[in-house]
Design a protein around this ligand. Structure first.
Ligand SMILES: Nc1ncnc2c1ncn2[C@@H]1O[C@H](COP(=O)(O)OP(=O)(O)OP(=O)(O)O)[C@@H](O)[C@H]1O
Ligand SMILES: [Mg+2]
Length: 214
């Protein structure tokens, strides 16, 4: 928010909460008279992020950071609370369907483990082109190929890498592919869930520098 307080924040989360049911199976509970148990992963989280701003969420393992990230991008529905993106009700947009009323293009997420977040059966070219085609950002396959080459170049990968599969890359290179894909739709907001913690220390620095440059 600016000093004048007029501008709406780009992202505004208010009172987000999410619990997970971790109860034993029904029969076990009946026999041993256990009540249902829920983990309160996130309880009453609120924050605002201005356009161009950054927010770092820090905390011990299991304190709910990833859950907050997933709720922001619509991968998990909160039990309570609100997410506004550029003034728009994001939760309603996620409920509305596949492209989330255009919101999916505007926010993207980079996951902790690039091995799990990239489809092993797809060539890099198709992985990076998917958001372009899905959101109609390119005119046909040829333009998609050109844009993919540009994006791969931006994250320091070569044109020949486009026809390879994720398993043919190192961890750091794989995370670069994830970054290229996340940037493909020209997002205004990027959620990064420990994008470097699965990487080797020397590669971590590389990826962080890359993200800083971009
Ligand atoms: N699908 C689920 N089912 C049950 N419990 C879950 C589920 N997802 C998360 N949890 C629990 O919610 C809590 C928060 O998980 P979360 O992944 O958000 O933590 P985190 O802060 O990202 O941790 P880390 O730093 O280890 O990545 C944890 O206690 C976890 O066990
Ligand atoms: Mg996490």
């Amino acid at each position: 928010m600016t000093a004048t307080g007029i501008t709406t924040p780009l992202v505004e989360a208010s009172d987000l909460a999410k619990g997970f049911d971790v109860s034993a199976p029904w029969l076990t509970r009946v026999i041993s008279r256990e009540p249902r148990r829920t983990v309160r992963a996130v309880d009453g989280v609120s924050f605002r992020i201005a356009r161009g701003g950054t927010l770092a969420l820090v905390g011990e393992s299991g304190c709910g950071k990833s859950t907050v990230a997933r709720m922001l991008v619509g991968l998990q529905a909160p039990d309570r609370g609100q997410v506004r993106f550029d003034g728009q009700d994001a939760l309603a947009a996620w409920r509305a369907g596949r492209t989330g009323a255009g919101l999916r293009r505007r926010l993207q997420m980079i996951f902790q483990d690039p091995y799990a977040s990239l489809n092993p059966r797809w060539r890099v070219a198709d992985i990076v082109a998917e958001p372009l085609l899905e959101h109609g950002l390119v005119d046909g396959r040829r333009q998609a190929r050109e844009r993919v080459a540009e994006l791969l170049g931006a994250v320091g990968l070569g044109g020949a890498d486009a026809s390879r599969y994720p398993h043919q890359f190192s961890g750091g290179q794989r995370q670069r592919i994830s970054i290229a894909r996340a940037l493909a739709s020209g997002p205004e907001f990027l959620v990064c869930d420990e994008p470097t913690s699965a990487l080797d220390v020397s590669v971590q620095a590389q990826v962080l520098n890359l993200m800083k440059d971009l």
